[in-house]
Ligand binder design. Sequence first.
Ligand SMILES: [Zn+2]
Length: 524
Amino acid sequence: MSFDLILQNADVHDGLGNPPRRVDVGIVKDRIEALDDLSRATAPKVIDLTGHTLCPGFIDVHSHSDVYALVEPSAASKITQGVTTEVVGNCGASAAPLHGAYRLPADWGMHTCPGTWSTVAGYRALIDQVQPAVNIALLVGHNTLRAGVVGYEGRSATAAEMQQMKDRLHASLDEGAIGFSTGLIYIPGTFAPRTEVEELCRVLAAHDGIYTSHMRSEGAQLLEAIDETIGYGRVSGARVQISHLKTSGRENWHKIDAALDRIRDARDREGLEVAADRYPYVAACTDLDILLPDWALDDGHAAILARVRDADTRARMRAEMLAAREADYWASVTVGSTHHADTQRFKGMPLKQVAEQLGVEPVDAVFYVIEKDELKTTGIFFGMSEDNMWRILAEPYVMLGSDGSIHAPTGPLSHDHPHPRAYGSFPRYLRAVLDGKTVTLPEAIRKMTSLAASQFGFADRGVLARGYRADCIAFRRDRVQDHSDFVRPHQLSTGIELAVVNGVVTLRDGQPTGARAGHFIANH
Ligand SMILES: [Zn+2]
């Protein structure tokens, strides 16, 4: 027997949750051809993995790397976590299709890409041309779709606009998108009535696509939002993924039992295909301007900025922001990425400290920074319970999703201040598993591989078995460790020693080989 690549002497986890076996893995081109004793077989490349654990490559089901995969195709922050496939286009925002008034989010739009696109087919072609180090699968963002047809106006779509959104979603799914995502806390998704999401989910279900949602609420209205999300699956028949499931805000931590009960009921009693993902951190990261009152976020970027700059409106917003939160709330917020030269020094700094340096109250520091940065500031929000995080992660239908984009310690994506989840989610979780803090290793690997593959429709990935794609990784149990933190985020994880993507050795001895063999993964 001869192969292109043999991986020998590792403890092999198949990704299905079975106990490990000591077998060799034989790869031909981009497929796994044999799991057996291959000591007599030959291959031009044989890698001895004595002392290593081998498993399918991890699937990051919740990523925002859409444009970053083109800007930094080495995918350094992801491949060093053992991630071999990313699902992009989450939370309602995707790189394609680009139409009408839709503009890429500021953090994507500021980078130069090695080509242009407007449709999903165009994006797909560019990904396959650039070949990032990891595979990319795309969800169509609802905000992207809606802004392209209705713009950023705060109103319902007309019948003609609704038809146009459905047609574009249909075309995008035909061109290879695997699903549809909503971000119902973000403009203009907030303006969509439920019937709009339902109709779009029906188009999706006809293509067997997956529906993912950054729900309308993750705190005060968490349970209502879970009901709404599950409801879309019930009426349309689409598979449903609750993105970054959490109980946000101390006053909502007690809702964990009711939240998990609702999901279990939907799965067990109704047989709905509802699942969720989570990153292993208790701080969230999003635009700092979400601290503004809801009404202040209407009508797009220019309108929001005008309100921030108008003294009377600002005073009204300020009063509402203070009234809506406890006095100690502000100590739980840290500034993330900033843009203006005057705000660079606040990157990664707790809001309280920013306020002290400016000699103002924390709420005024928010206004100062977002006005200077023209709303391009991100915030890191410490509002989650660690106990609830582990309870969520232990649920058998919950998979890992970093909610982070590709970064690298050098190059164009090394200058901002990302949440450490972008660099550390998978090794951080794996470390906790290896230290006995949560589920068993076979179960944890299943969550990061076959569970994710089946939920997102990757028929030939996520399992180490004959005929599957050769996406696999090997790690040293004693060395697995994340290093990125909130102060110094640009730190690669260690301990993932080998990554093979579509049969190509992409990481060896913990170092990127320079090879890039990722594909666009289409839904057919
Ligand atoms: Zn989100």
